[in-house]
Design a binder for this molecule. Structure first.
Ligand code: MTE
Length: 319
């Protein structure tokens, strides 16, 4: 596929995280007198106040999932996002505030006992929220650690009731070019789509995220519901999900549809296999600027390596 338009995270490693302000943002913000969260994120605070699920947060932390790094401060994370619906740059946080997150319906269809639609607040009534500290490793060689709140994807499977013949769970984001300028760029295969196997969805690590930093997720994080599978590259983490389809056909993701030579279905973090245009051996820690070794399965091998036993000969598990 011939893609002439360069996407923000498809840049050589030398330019993958080049912004000096990103590495030294703490100092720059201090210098500008903008060091407090309330001064930094006024529109976010307003958006969160209006969220009817705010009373569910903070949820109790599940201590099973430990980190070997500090939590990335919200002020870094909240202003450095990939959300192409709102633009190809990282600073989409303002544009993302146009997303209307209530009412928010999620359609469950395909190979399920009975297709249905459910509102996000009704879904939240059926699950137990918990907080988990998880890493995120973006394919473009930066990483962060986030206190997500949400519920295991396994609980969603229990509600959705896929048929035993279903093999994959496919997630799609909203489509609304009126509020999402990126969706007016017709060369992208909107809506943003990605998926996983049912076995991956049922893995205890797979998490439906509805909150972060002890409150409902900010819109740029993919409110009101996204997925996060911390052993996979971040592009698998579909934000602002509106449709979940169960199928026996392997889905083609947004990025795979654009560039199949570089992005595939599995996208498991693997520091030993470079991206065609940059190394995956190390990653820049968001907000800190230091470069650290990337871990196999992003450090989650004990939970997930068994899922892929014997598949490495037939599948490119790292893309
Ligand atoms: N989901 C949607 N709908 N649109 C996107 O552009 N970008 C993905 C993923 N989910 C994306 C998305 C990519 S490339 C990454 S790295 C993560 O979201 C980034 O999540 P974050 O902005 O919360 O760090």
């Amino acid at each position: 596929m011939n893609i002439i338009r360069r996407r923000g995270w498809e840049i050589p490693e030398s330019r993958a995280t080049p912004e000096e302000w990103f590495f030294n943002r703490r100092e720059m913000l201090k210098a500008a007198g903008l060091a407090t969260t309330s001064m930094l994120l006024p529109s976010l605070a307003a958006a969160q106040e209006a969220d009817p699920s705010a009373g569910l947060y903070p949820a109790k932390r599940n201590e099973k999932y430990k980190l070997d790094r500090d939590i990335t401060e919200e002020r870094f994370n909240a202003r450095y996002n990939n959300f192409y619906e709102f633009g190809g740059d990282k600073d989409i946080y303002n544009a993302a505030q146009a997303l209307k997150i209530r009412p928010w319906m999620i359609k469950i269809d395909g190979m399920v006992e009975k297709p249905f639609e459910i509102g996000i607040d009704d879904l939240l009534k059926q699950v137990q929220l918990e907080e988990r500290l998880y890493r995120l490793r973006c394919v473009e060689a930066w990483g962060m650690t986030i206190p997500w709140t949400g519920f295991p994807t396994k609980a969603l499977l229990d509600i959705a009731k896929p048929l035993s013949s279903a093999k994959y769970m496919v997630m799609q984001t909203f489509r609304d070019p009126k509020i999402a300028p990126g969706q007016r760029q017709a060369w992208y295969p909107w809506p943003y789509t990605d998926g996983c196997t049912i076995a991956e969805a049922a893995n205890e690590l797979s998490f439906m995220v509805t909150g972060a930093y002890g409150k409902p997720a900010a819109k740029q994080f993919g409110a009101p519901i996204r997925i996060h599978q911390p052993w996979k590259y971040g592009f698998k983490a579909v934000k602002s999900i509106q449709r979940i389809t169960f199928t026996d056909q392997r889905p083609k993701s947004f990025w795979e549809a654009l560039q199949a030579a570089e992005y595939g279905f599995w996208a498991n973090v693997n520091p030993e296999v470079d991206h065609p245009r940059w190394s995956q051996a190390t990653e820049t820690v968001l907000g800190e600027g230091k470069r650290v070794p990337t871990l196999m399965w992003n450090g989650y091998g004990e939970f997930v390596a068994d899922l892929y036993k014997g598949m490495d000969k037939s599948e490119k598990l790292y893309m």
